[in-house]
Design a protein around this ligand. Structure first.
Ligand code: ADP
Ligand code: X15
Length: 398
């Protein structure tokens, strides 16, 4: 892992203006933040800087306003949720550059916290424009990036600023990078990856990268059907990307060349309707009824997955094993999640998971707190699993 400066390297910052890039892109319904996890994750960085007497100036985006002010994408809607999480006053400036930002900063006392308006209200943000980045940089002495979940964007506030100001990783960024390093960078072996979810098409690069890095790759969820069909198995009415049969075969060949075991389901739970409580049966994978669809991997498959989790020292997980939102098709995901959690609790497994649905599934199984690390990132976590360099991370390297 490249080396980074962290908050441990920041001393004597009382009175310094610290621009902190955070990810406040949180779900909101009827004006209320419905999941404050991302705010909670950046709270420790904000508190630490404020306690050291810095003037803490928060930079963030919210939604995709495409370079112009849009009322319901104003960060003023999020400011009170940030105050609630921090239990401290948070001031707000109606623009992230120019007079509104400068005036608000001029009024700050040491330790104060100020949230600037959505950086994406300016076209220069996503274009990483020099003039816009310079305008942001004028408001700070130091730059801290604590937004791993936006680090796959090479924007002014996620990448550009690090070229203008001394740059540091915040506590969440640091924790995320350390966990990811344990997951795939320099992991204890054997390393097992579980990749599930709906489709192969969204995860081709990820699968190609993983087979080169892990000892075993468990493929579950709807995407397993594409791999099974590529081996000549009739998957009935299951979700399946038949046009990706060649891709699936290529991934399996790559795995064989790299010494990575591919673990596919040997049985499935099938139903005729995609709804909770639908009549279902468990069948061997080579006798799927032609009018049925596989909605979960079966008990014999789960046993195999759990055996691999038992053998593993490291587990990386993205994508559920079945349609976990509708019972009883959550059974395999819940069983594997609980087994991984138990191994993690007893200190025998490092478990790292990410992806919106994956995190929901782990919460559903009641074990999200037990995993070694759960990423709050969706896109950035996937790009990391694909082995891509994240611009916001690369620029922080010492
Ligand atoms: N066998 C299956 N058939 C249809 N959909 C499935 C199946 N298994 C999993 N899914 C669906 O995959 C979706 C999650 O996949 P994905 O979006 O790739 O996960 P993540 O957000 O964690 O990356 C869920 O909505 C789930 O219902
Ligand atoms: O919520 C985010 O992405 P994610 O849902 O993929 O984790 C990040 O804030 C990045 O937002 P963007 O995808 O609009 O650049």
């Amino acid at each position: 892992m490249p080396a980074f400066k962290t908050l441990d390297d920041l001393n004597h910052i009382a009175g310094k203006r610290v621009l902190v890039r955070v990810d406040l892109n949180v779900p909101v319904s009827e004006g209320r933040v419905t999941d404050a996890t991302r705010i909670e994750r950046v709270a420790s960085t904000i508190r630490e800087l404020s306690d050291k007497g810095a003037k803490v100036i928060l930079l963030a985006h919210f939604g995709r306003p495409k370079g112009q002010p849009v009322g319901d994408m104003s960060l003023s809607l999020i400011a009170s949720a940030v105050e609630d999480v921090l239990d401290r006053a948070v001031f707000f400036a109606t623009d992230c550059i120019g007079a509104p930002a400068e005036d608000a900063i001029a009024r700050m006392n040491n330790g104060d916290i100020l949230l600037l308006e959505n950086t994406r209200f300016h076209k220069g943000e996503e274009k990483n424009e020099a003039d816009f980045t310079a305008a942001l940089a004028r408001n700070g002495d130091i730059y801290v990036n604590d937004a791993f979940s936006a680090a796959h964007r090479a924007h002014a506030s996620t990448e550009g600023l690090a070229h203008h100001l001394p740059a540091y990783a915040g506590r969440t960024m640091q924790a995320e990078l350390e966990a990811l390093e344990k997951g795939l960078g320099n992991p204890s072996r054997p390393v097992v990856a579980i990749v599930g979810g709906a489709k192969v098409s969204t995860k081709i690069d990820l699968l190609m990268n993983l087979v080169k890095k892990v000892d075993a790759l468990v493929i579950g969820g709807g995407m397993a059907n594409t791999f099974l069909a590529a081996q000549g198995i009739d998957v009935g009415k299951s979700l399946c990307e038949h046009d990706l049969a060649d891709t699936a075969r290529k991934i399996m060949a790559e795995a064989e060349g790299a010494g990575c075991s591919i673990i596919l389901p040997v049985d499935g739970v099938v139903a005729r309707e995609f709804k909770a409580g639908a009549a279902n049966e468990t069948v061997a994978i080579d006798v799927i009824p032609s009018d049925a669809m596989v909605l979960d991997v079966g008990p014999r498959s789960v046993e195999k997955v759990n055996d691999w989790i038992t053998k593993a020292q490291t587990l990386v997980w993205n994508g559920p094993l079945g349609a976990f939102e509708i019972e009883p098709f959550d059974a395999a995901t819940v069983s594997a999640a609980r087994h991984a959690a138990e191994r993690t609790r007893s200190g025998q497994l490092v478990s790292v998971a990410g992806g919106g649905d994956t995190v929901s599934a782990l919460h559903h199984a009641g074990v999200a707190e037990d995993f070694t690390y759960i990423s709050t990132a969706g896109g950035a976590f996937l790009e990391w699993m694909e082995g891509k360099e994240l611009p916001g991370v690369a620029v922080l390297s010492k």
